[in-house]
Write a protein that binds this ligand. Structure first.
Ligand SMILES: CC(C)(COP(=O)(O)OP(=O)(O)OC[C@H]1O[C@@H](n2cnc3c(N)ncnc32)[C@H](O)[C@@H]1OP(=O)(O)O)[C@@H](O)C(=O)NCCC(=O)NCCS
Length: 140
């Protein structure tokens, strides 16, 4: 990763890394194009997730992915977010590498993700997911 003047920027990745709810709310809003929410990510991931991954540079949180699971064999990739200023520099791919490593180490057999058309270049080609058929129902 480089700054606008070409100098390298160091990004550090952490499984179950520390974050504040404000940081994740801001990153999620930027990534998914909605107004910043007031969600309690700390409580949510502590109760429901196998883990999560943070990516930080010298200015703060540039990447986050949440990994809820069934407590046994299935883990799910949700909320993959990379800050605009850090995109297309391998941060997303590295976030998913860390997820894969830790989900496997926890004994999971399957890592799931679903995504919109257009993101197969990222999830399938860059991150190694196999395309599958899946189903979805909007509940509200
Ligand atoms: C999708 C996202 C996480 C990718 O993060 P990133 O750090 O930019 O991705 P990487 O740099 O690791 O990309 C690796 C490769 O994946 C592909 N890729 C990356 N972003 C892509 C995108 N938006 N669309 C299609 N392919 C993409 C490219 O082939 C890229 O390699 P290249 O830069 O050499 O061409 C990021 O763009 C993001 O946060 N988007 C908004 C939120 C979102 O849609 N999240 C996914 C929800 S399912």
């Amino acid at each position: 990763m480089t700054t606008t003047d070409g100098a390298p920027v160091h990004v550090t990745y952490a499984w179950r890394g520390t974050f504040t709810d404000d940081e994740v709310n801001a990153l999620h809003a930027e990534a998914f194009g909605h107004a910043p929410a007031d969600d309690d990510w700390t409580d949510q991931v502590a109760r429901l997730s196998l883990g999560w991954v943070t990516a930080r540079d010298d200015r703060g949180l540039v990447g986050f992915v949440n990994v809820p699971w069934d407590g046994r064999t299935h883990a799910f990739v949700v909320d993959t977010s990379v800050a605009r200023r850090a995109r297309r520099q391998g941060v997303g791919r590295r976030l998913l590498d860390v997820v894969r490593e830790h989900a496997a180490a926890a004994g999971c057999e399957w890592l799931h993700v679903d995504f919109e058309d257009g993101l197969d270049t990222f999830y399938v080609d860059a991150c190694g997911f196999t395309p599958t058929r899946a189903g979805l129902v909007r509940l509200r």
